[in-house]
Ligand binder design. Structure first.
Ligand code: C2E
Ligand code: MG
Ligand code: MG
Ligand code: MG
Length: 303
């Protein structure tokens, strides 16, 4: 077996680096056409009350299926969209789709049989959450764009929730503070996503008028097996409550975790235990069949 020299290693690494660069270029090229070619779609994941498993809202999550590259997870293509500035067009498409979907859900009524009253679908009472990227937060037109979107679609502001990560807040705290205040003045709900993974202190959060903290799934997923994760999760819940915030746990994968979170007074739960993110028609079926049973040990089949 030939001994690998430093020079061979360097060559090997540069080939690998080159392959990565080509793959990334291909993805960027394909992503540039994804919007106009209709390759993007939204899936929706429900958020439920910990007490009673009421459907409270759904989070819109972007999906990309490329005819060339197959289906690419958002963790891979969103960073590229952010670096290239494409996220502005993609992000406003997401906002528009989500609001239009919410309006369609208002029109879904259930016919409960001959002679019976027509009742609204459970999704008609749900709010809709959209993830915002740093570039969207930095755009001076964000607030007027959202105001115009709400007016155009007829969606009430308090049914729209925007999710911003902790690091986005910290990167440009002064601008973020003003944007969030203006969004709040519109009546939109605000939540901090992936909480616990960044550097902000809860005291610092007092500056921002936010409604919810979403405990990052990396703490929630293994909290029953990992005492440190359990300690972090319960500390976030307790301290978040002192600031008057509602706490959402994301990444709830089993009933035992859901019950412990509920016992810790975490108000809202989201995760595979209840449902994976689903296309709108599948979520409509899920909401009718599973939501009321989800806290009673009935496992919801994965999509
Ligand atoms: P996020 O906003 O924190 O969304 C939650 C992620 O956790 C989603 O991944 C969801 O599928 C996943 N998840 C939910 N429940 C569970 C669970 O029980 N177990 C596990 N292991 N995972 C769970 P997804 O859809 O791959 O999205 C990843 C991230 O991409 C999102 O994290 C968000 O930061 C970003 N993203 C998705 N859609 C958009 C978008 O429209 N705009 C922007 N700017 N970012 C987006
Ligand atoms: Mg989110
Ligand atoms: Mg996020
Ligand atoms: Mg998150």
């Amino acid at each position: 077996e030939a001994k690998t020299t430093g020079r061979d290693r360097a060559l090997f690494y540069s080939m690998e680096t080159n392959q990565r660069a080509v793959a990334r270029q291909t993805m960027e090229l394909q992503l540039r056409r994804a919007l106009e070619r209709n390759e993007l779609s939204l899936h929706y994941q429900p958020r439920l009350s910990a007490q009673g498993a009421q459907l409270l809202g759904v989070e819109a999550l972007l999906r990309w299926t490329s005819p060339v590259l197959g289906s690419i997870p958002p963790g891979e293509f969103i960073p590229i969209a952010e670096e290239t500035g494409m996220i502005r067009a993609i992000g406003s498409w997401v906002l528009q789709q989500a609001c239009e979907q919410w309006v369609r859900w208002q029109q879904l009524a259930l016919d409960t049989g001959p002679g019976d009253a027509v009742v609204p679908h459970p999704l008609a009472r749900a709010s809709i959450s959209v993830n915002l990227s740093a570039a969207q937060m930095a755009a001076p037109s964000l607030v007027t764009d959202i105001e115009a979107l709400l007016a155009r679609t007829g969606m009430p502001a308090h049914r729209l929730e925007l999710e911003i990560t902790e690091s986005q807040l910290m990167e440009n705290a002064h601008a973020a503070e003003q944007q969030l205040a203006a969004l709040k003045a519109l009546g939109v709900q605000l939540s901090i996503d992936d909480f616990g993974t960044g550097y902000s202190s809860l005291a610092y959060l007092k500056r921002f008028d936010i409604d919810r903290l979403k405990v990052d799934k990396s703490f929630v997923r293994d909290m029953l097996a990992n005492p440190a994760d359990m300690a972090i999760t319960s500390a976030i819940i307790a301290l978040g409550h002192t600031l008057g915030l509602k706490i959402v746990a994301e990444g709830v994968e089993d009933l035992a975790t859901a019950k412990v979170l509920s016992a810790l007074d975490c108000e809202e739960l989201q995760g595979y235990h209840f449902s994976r993110p689903l296309p709108a028609p599948a979520l409509e079926v899920w909401a009718l069949q599973h939501a009321p049973q989800a806290m009673q040990g009935r496992e919801v089949a994965a999509a």
